[in-house]
Design a protein around this ligand. Structure first.
Ligand SMILES: [Zn+2]
Length: 128
């Protein structure tokens, strides 16, 4: 389903070719410009996007949307390795543990609130 990129609604229209004899609706006459689309709810020319992209791209800060979950997992593992391997100054230990807790919180937020799957965020596949 395609939706308005501003409100997520489906009450949208796009320019199409119409056969003047039969009124048959042909292919899109849009070249992808917002000007070629209209949202009847926003009463604006808007971009049209896939609904699944709207849910993930609208209500959360951009930096959360742009997290590379795979890279974050590796970074988290690196911190865990440093904690496990080294004889750390207690102050460093506390700070690194704090970073792990922060990453945990971000990962939990991504799955519980933002709608990412555990597979995407934790690389856990519950079906296996
Ligand atoms: Zn709209």
């Amino acid at each position: 389903m395609l939706v308005c990129e501003k409100c997520g609604g489906t009450n949208i229209e796009e320019k199409r070719w119409v056969n003047p004899n039969t009124n048959e609706i042909g292919g899109t006459a849009s070249d992808g410009e917002d000007d070629d689309n209209y949202c009847n709810d926003c009463q604006l020319h808007v971009g049209i996007i896939e609904e699944k992209n709207f849910k993930k791209s609208s209500e959360f800060p951009e930096f959360l949307e742009k997290i590379d979950w795979s890279l974050l997992r590796e970074q988290k593992q690196t911190i865990i390795d440093i904690i496990d391997n080294g004889e750390l100054n207690p102050r460093f230990f506390g700070h690194l543990n704090g970073m792990i807790e922060l990453i945990d919180a971000i990962q939990d937020f991504a799955t519980d609130v933002m709608g990412f799957t555990e597979k995407e965020v934790f690389d856990l596949d519950t079906e296996e």
